[in-house]
Each structure stands twice: as structure tokens, then as C-alpha cells.
Design a protein around this ligand. Structure first.
Ligand code: PMV
Length: 320
């Protein structure tokens, strides 16, 4: 039965206007919207086969059998929609390097969701994905639905669903890796702590809508400087409100600050580039594609590794 197998790929994405905090933990709905860039590489490739011989779902990630993967919510949802009773055999390869400072959960859940959806015989339209798939992918990871679309993507606060955004801006992200240590607080736990204890969190939420509008306007008018400034403000506000949590939550290190300072001085010297940082110390630098090699060279002395990531398409089905 050919339709019980499918293979999908998805690239990771990086938020330029960040979300932090949930308004519904069970549905994993964000407290605020977000605006991201999906990258061509790195990403995830996932094969799903629904089999009669399995007594439970089985996930092999990068050749290792996973014991406690949080995938049953997504798979149960798909089985229910498709009226399918079989368990899934999943083989997934992540090209996101360990400790690259790029969350692999977004590409992971996007590729798994699409492969399982299609293996279950459900129809996929990349321009207009079924909203039920978007919702199920989001329950896996709040940022994952954004990886179903390519390029710039808006995740709407109210629906919790992503929409692609058009822009002529030809950008790249220069990714600095500043540590190989695993993060000590997951983003889920960090969000709960910040929302419950940081006096600055309500201000972050209150300002957020205006931030998102500003970034969307900058895309519409192809205004890179305005996009970059919105990107930096979003990062600073998110990390400032985390830092004011009790106990304080701080993902930035002195090495992150060194890269921030270097970005500021590159900008003063006339190179348009802007930093963004997620729940970890690593700094990603937004620049125009034509400047990416120079930014990369200039930041090399400050990082363990530096690479250039370019925008990519959304999740895709491939023959395998
Ligand atoms: O994907 P999640 O739900 O673990 O959260 C991602 C949080 C940030 O990367 C810090 C911000 C974002 O919008 O991606």
C-alpha cells in the first residue's frame, strides 16, 4: 500500500520577531505572534511508514533509537483524522549540527508532521496546508509550523497558524556558535518562569504587536535597516524580560556580548548587519546576502564556528 509511506524534508527557521510565552499550554498557542526566516540548510529529512507489525510508534533519529520522544500527540492526531489504527516506523536524519545554536525541533516536527500526514493518505497542498496539520505540528513545537513555509513567515497570535510573507529583501544569516554546552533551561520551562515571575513580561507582550507590524512593514517596503532594527529590539526585549525573572534566566554569555559589540562596530563602519539570539548564547547575524562572506570573516575570531545560512523553501515531500 504505497500511500502508507512518505518522506519529507524541512529547514529550520529563526525568529526575527520572537515569541516568548504561551497563552494555552495544552494547545501550545503563543502569547504573541512571531516573524521568522526559514533556512535552506540545515534541516531534517524524515521517512514515515505506518506498519501492521508495530505495537507502538518507533523513532530512529540519526541512527539512534529514541526512548522518550514527544511525538505521540502529533501522530495520534493524524491517525484520528485519517481513521488509521497503525503505528508508525520513523527514520529521521537531522543535518542541524550538535550545539549549532539552531533549534532542530522546528524542522524536526515540520518534517515529521508532513511525512506522517502524507503517509496516512491525507492530501498536502504546500500553498495552503490543511489547518489541522498546522495545529498538530504546533503542539510538537511552537516554532515548527513556521518551517512548513519558506522564506519570511508570520505566525499569527490568534490562530496560532503561519502565513508566508513576500519580500524582495535578499538576506542571509551568519551563525556564530559560541559554546558546545547543552542549554540548562528548555525554552518551554524558560517561558513559564518568565511569564510567572518577570515584572517586565507584560511590557514585552504589550509592545509585541507594534514590533510585528513594524517588521511586516519593513518587509513590504523592502527596508532592510528597519527590519534589522526591529530584529535587534525584539531580541533585546525578550532577553531583558527573561533576565528579570526570579530566579533570573540568562542565556547570553560574555561571548554573546562580544559578538553583539562586534556587530555594532561593523555597522558603524558601514556594514549593515543586525544580531538575533534565541534561548542560548549563540548569535545569528542578519545581513544582506552580498555582505554575508565579509560579516562571516569579521566574526570568525570571536566564535568556535561561523557559517552562512540562506533562506530556503518550506517543508516538501520527496521521493524516497
Ligand atoms: O520553538 P519553541 O516553542 O521551543 O520556542 C522558540 C523560542 C524562541 O526561539 C526563543 C523564539 C522564536 O520565536 O523562535
Amino acid at each position: 500500500m504505497a500511500h502508507l509511506h512518505a518522506c519529507a524534508t524541512a529547514g529550520i527557521n529563526v525568529a526575527l520577531v520572537k515569541y516568548w510565552g504561551k497563552r494555552d499550554a495544552a494547545l501550545n498557542l503563543p502569547a504573541v505572534g512571531s516573524l521568522s526566516l526559514t533556512l535552506a540548510e540545515p534541516g531534517t529529512k524524515t521517512n514515515v511508514t505506518f506498519c501492521e507489525s508495530l505495537a507502538e510508534d518507533r523513532l530512529v533519529l540519526n541512527s539512534e533509537l529514541q526512548k522518550s520522544a514527544k511525538i505521540s500527540g502529533l501522530l495520534n492526531g493524524i491517525r484520528e483524522i485519517a481513521g488509521l489504527k497503525l503505528f508508525a516506523d520513523i527514520e529521521s536524519t537531522n543535518t542541524v549540527p550538535t550545539a549549532a545554536g539552531l533549534a532542530s525541533s522546528a524542522s524536526g516536527f515540520a518534517a515529521l508532521g508532513l511525512a506522517a500526514w502524507s503517509a496516512a493518505g491525507l492530501p498536502w497542498n504546500p500553498e495552503n496546508p490543511d489547518p489541522r496539520l498546522l495545529d498538530l505540528v504546533r503542539i510538537g513545537s511552537g516554532s515548527a509550523p513556521r518551517s512548513l513555509f519558506g522564506g519570511f513567515v508570520l505566525l499569527d497570535r490568534d490562530s496560532g497558524r503561519p502565513h508566508p510573507l513576500h519580500s524582495e529583501l535578499d538576506v542571509a544569516l551568519v551563525v556564530t556558535v559560541l559554546s558546545d554546552a547543552q542549554k540548562s533551561v528548555s525554552s518551554r520551562d524558560g517561558m513559564t518562569l518568565t511569564a510567572q515571575t518577570s515584572p517586565y513580561y507584560p511590557a514585552f507582550v504589550a509592545e509585541h504587536e507594534a514590533e510585528l507590524k513594524d517588521a511586516q512593514e519593513s518587509l513590504k517596503s523592502n527596508n532592510f535597516k528597519r527590519l534589522g532594527e526591529a530584529t535587534e529590539r525584539s531580541t533585546i526585549r525578550m532577553h531583558a524580560c527573561m533576565w528579570a525573572s526570579n530566579p533570573p534566566l540568562r542565556y547570553l554569555t560574555h561571548r554573546s556580548l562580544q559578538v553583539i559589540e562586534a556587530v555594532e562596530s561593523l555597522r558603524q563602519s558601514g556594514l549593515a548587519c543586525y544580531f538575533t539570539i534565541d534561548a542560548g548564547p549563540h548569535v545569528k547575524v542578519l545581513c544582506l546576502r552580498r555582505d554575508a562572506t565579509e560579516v562571516c570573516e569579521r566574526l570568525k575570531p570571536l566564535a568556535d564556528r561561523v557559517s552562512i545560512a540562506l533562506p530556503g523553501h518550506g517543508a516538501r515531500l520527496i521521493e524516497e
